[in-house]
Design a binder for this molecule. Structure first.
Ligand code: TRP
Length: 281
């Protein structure tokens, strides 16, 4: 009796007094319901960054107690929990490298490789990209960039940029932008013509689809990618031919009027490409 959880030993005398197995079962069920409610409460707290740490601690303390409960399915099926945990450790400077060295991002790649356009798959890709996005969010992280390049994240991002929803396109383009912003990433893309043209083609296709469905956020990331590519002399020369005309004409003028930062970035891009038009002296 001493080893039983407190709530159960409190209920036990009543069950004994009623001398009914039914009462004992009801008490045990009530106790289970109570524990379940507290687990659910803690799991909800996991998606709140302020409460997450304490909720994690409480959940881990109660792990033994919860063996008879279906906690794992709750963690798995509750909204945002798994993503919150992954994104949380992927973005924290103290855990980022541990997360990377354990190769956990690799578990997400098969999700990025899916092609179904149904909502569950779209969410799966978006959530997975969110974790990769959290990894690259801080600037100047060559180690993270090198890991992602060596595991071939670029073709996976390009695929989402081609067929994803606006939101996942935006996250995938953000990741490519972050990779390009690193010298290792820029070199990786620009030293092989096929890589450069694969990226250029996908960016141009996104520009074309933006003309029908504008998104200033996505446009900004696309322009940032082009602008960074123009820092590489060979890529800059190639952009002369493959930069979409829509970026030079008035297609996005209304979008850009409300976004002076992006407008300036585009001017800089056009300037870079123009300057490179000059024949060498
Ligand atoms: N192994 C391929 C490569 O290194 C990966 C790849 C496919 C790729 N498509 C790409 C890399 C586009 C960069 C850009 O070329």
């Amino acid at each position: 009796m001493a080893n039983l959880p407190q709530s159960l030993s409190i209920n036990a005398p009543f069950a004994a007094a009623g001398s009914s197995a039914q009462n004992a079962a009801a008490a045990s069920q009530a106790n289970k319901d109570h524990k379940m409610a507290s687990v659910e409460h803690l799991i909800l707290q996991l998606s709140n960054p302020d409460l997450r740490e304490n909720a994690l601690l409480e959940l881990s303390k109660k792990r033994e107690l919860f063996q008879d409960l279906a906690v794992a399915p709750l963690l798995w099926n509750s909204f945002g929990t798994i993503a919150a945990l992954l994104q949380c450790v992927a973005s924290h400077p103290d855990t980022k490298m541990l997360f990377l060295n354990a190769h956990i991002p690799l578990y997400l790649y098969p999700f990025l490789n899916t092609t179904s356009k149904s909502r569950p798959f779209e969410y799966l890709r978006l959530t997975s990209l969110g974790v990769i996005g959290a990894l690259v969010k801080q600037v100047d992280d060559t180690e993270v960039i090198s890991f992602l390049l060596s595991t071939e994240i670029i073709p996976l991002c390009l695929r989402t940029m081609e067929m994803g929803s606006e939101l996942s396109k935006t996250v995938a383009t953000f990741i490519v932008q972050k990779i390009l912003s690193d010298d290792v990433g820029l070199d990786y893309i620009c030293t092989a013509a096929e890589r450069f043209f694969a990226v250029g083609r996908v960016l141009a296709n996104m520009v074309a689809s933006l003309a029908e469905q504008p998104s200033s956020r996505l446009l900004k990331h696309i322009i940032c990618c082009y602008l960074r590519l123009s820092d590489n002399p060979r890529a800059c020369a190639a952009l002369r031919n493959c930069l979409p005309d829509m970026l030079r004409d008035a297609t996005f003028s209304s979008c850009l009027r409300e976004d002076p930062t992006t407008r300036r970035l585009l001017q800089q891009l056009l300037h870079n490409v123009e300057v490179n038009r000059m024949p060498p002296l």
